[in-house]
Unconditional design. Structure first.
Length: 458
């Protein structure tokens, strides 16, 4: 008889959970203009708005906080991080930034110009924002199965190679500075990309002499899914899979607040010295000197440890299993979610949860608001609000999926918290028909509106 699984860590420090009444929550979300980003954290009981920077660090990481080298130039903590990235990923050159979108800002400032086209697998919101801010075009080439939430496919983050090649043929390498592969693919449900698809994508891009860049915020989770879902790689170590994922990739960038297991930080890594020197100019302008970028020495040291911890098989199994535990409970309750469950979050299909609420009334935001009122749980809309307007026409864009994302922080919550979330959602689902309408926008920013949008009920 096998022993039951247990978390591969013990609790040493605890943080309080805040409780309040449904009436208080209803008042506070109204005051916040129905934007969950506007809520104070102590108004939230379980915070699933993001898994970015919200995890718990290990004792080894906290020890690095104490010994970090805060030298402005030539910090030993920088070289510790550089050696770790080279060993794990195969890249010798690294430009630290304060987080992932800062890495995008530095990288795209050096590589993207007006009129460019950047194809990829369902670009993350800030990635698309940085591309469109530069008057370039982000083209989604994700496989069609990614947008069918009840269809089982082990690698819904995969790139549609025929679609990608048609983009290459239409625009040519003069218009396409690079292709981006995001692992795992957040926008379609934290879904992994298979190693075979990565290899085929790289081969196709090489045929057209187009470099491949990767957004690797959740690279370790992606490697874990490759090991678990593809028989050909079940005996490979996580580190070996990671090295193979990144082989022949020109550039990677990372929001280290995910699989770096730190609360702040990011970086760009590459082997192209000429491009690195170009990036350094923008690093110095936007972030700081090259050997710290936007990070402190202590944060770089903690990141060097976190990158290795994220590749430990026991950690990864516990991480992915907790998310799947919640997903299985929701499926058993009949709640429509993206399947199979991805690595870092549960994605609920709001078009099926509230089929009677028009997409133009933001049903995923409605579900997010009602879940907060019901139980103090804060999630985030991945739907029409996030998709934003077409930058050329100004018209609303309606994505194929309208999702509520519940992102699970790393090493923070217990299975009892997952049970609480499931019961809260079941309460709303049982009375879903009572929610007759959603929201309308009363104020929105010109780009990345979902962070600051103000809404009112219809």
């Amino acid at each position: 008889m096998e022993l039951p699984p247990i978390p591969p860590f013990k609790t040493k420090t605890v943080e309080p959970v805040y409780f309040n009444t449904k009436e208080e929550r209803s008042q506070r979300i109204s005051q916040a203009k129905y934007n969950l980003f506007n809520l104070h954290s102590d108004w939230v009981t379980i915070d699933l708005i993001t898994d970015s920077g919200t995890g718990a660090m290990s004792e080894q990481q906290w020890s690095e906080i104490m010994i970090g080298d805060e030298s402005y130039a030539g910090s030993e903590s920088y070289f510790k991080l550089q050696r770790t990235v080279e060993d794990l990923m195969g890249f010798k050159l690294i430009a630290p930034t304060h987080q992932g979108r800062a890495a995008e800002n530095v990288l795209f400032s050096a590589t993207v110009k007006e009129g460019d086209v950047i194809p990829g697998n369902a670009h993350f919101d800030t990635t698309k924002g940085h591309i469109e801010f530069r008057k370039a075009i982000a083209l989604d080439c994700t496989i069609k199965e990614a947008f069918q939430t009840n269809v089982e496919h082990p690698f819904k983050g995969n790139i549609d190679l025929e679609k990608l090649e048609s983009v290459f043929v239409e625009y040519g390498k003069e218009k396409i500075p690079f292709i981006v592969i995001t692992v795992t693919c957040n926008t379609v449900g934290g879904q992994p990309v298979s190693l075979k698809n990565i290899q085929q994508t790289k081969a196709l891009a090489a045929k057209y002499q187009i470099p491949v860049y990767m957004d690797i915020a959740r690279y370790a989770e992606n490697a874990y899914f490759i090991k678990r879902r593809d028989e050909d790689f079940k005996d490979w170590s996580i580190k070996r899979i990671v090295l193979e994922m990144f082989r022949d990739v020109e550039v990677v960038w990372m929001s280290a607040k995910k699989d770096g297991l730190v609360n702040i930080g990011g970086f760009i890594a590459l082997n192209n010295k000429a491009l690195f020197e170009k990036l350094c100019q923008f690093t110095i302008i936007y972030e700081g000197y090259v050997t710290y970028g936007g990070m402190s020495g202590r944060a770089m040291g903690a990141l060097a440890v976190g990158l290795r911890e994220a590749c430990e098989i026991h950690y990864l199994h516990d991480r992915v299993s907790q998310v799947k535990y919640l997903g299985d409970k929701l499926q058993n309750l009949g709640i429509p979610i993206q399947t199979p469950v991805g690595g870092h979050a549960i994605y609920i299909n709001a078009l099926k949860f509230f089929p009677h609420v028009p997409q133009g009334q933001y049903p995923a935001q409605l579900l997010a608001v009602e879940l907060y009122i019901e139980a103090g749980i804060r999630g985030v809309e991945i739907g029409t609000l996030l998709a934003d307007r077409d930058p050329e026409t100004g018209k609303e864009r309606y994505p194929e999926m309208e999702l509520l994302r519940l992102a699970i922080p790393r090493r923070v919550y217990s299975l009892q918290h997952m049970d609480y979330i499931a019961v809260a959602l079941s309460h709303i689902y049982a009375k879903a028909k009572e929610y007759k309408s959603g929201f309308k926008i009363i104020r929105q920013a010109p780009i990345l509106r979902h962070f600051t949008v103000e809404l009112e009920r219809i």
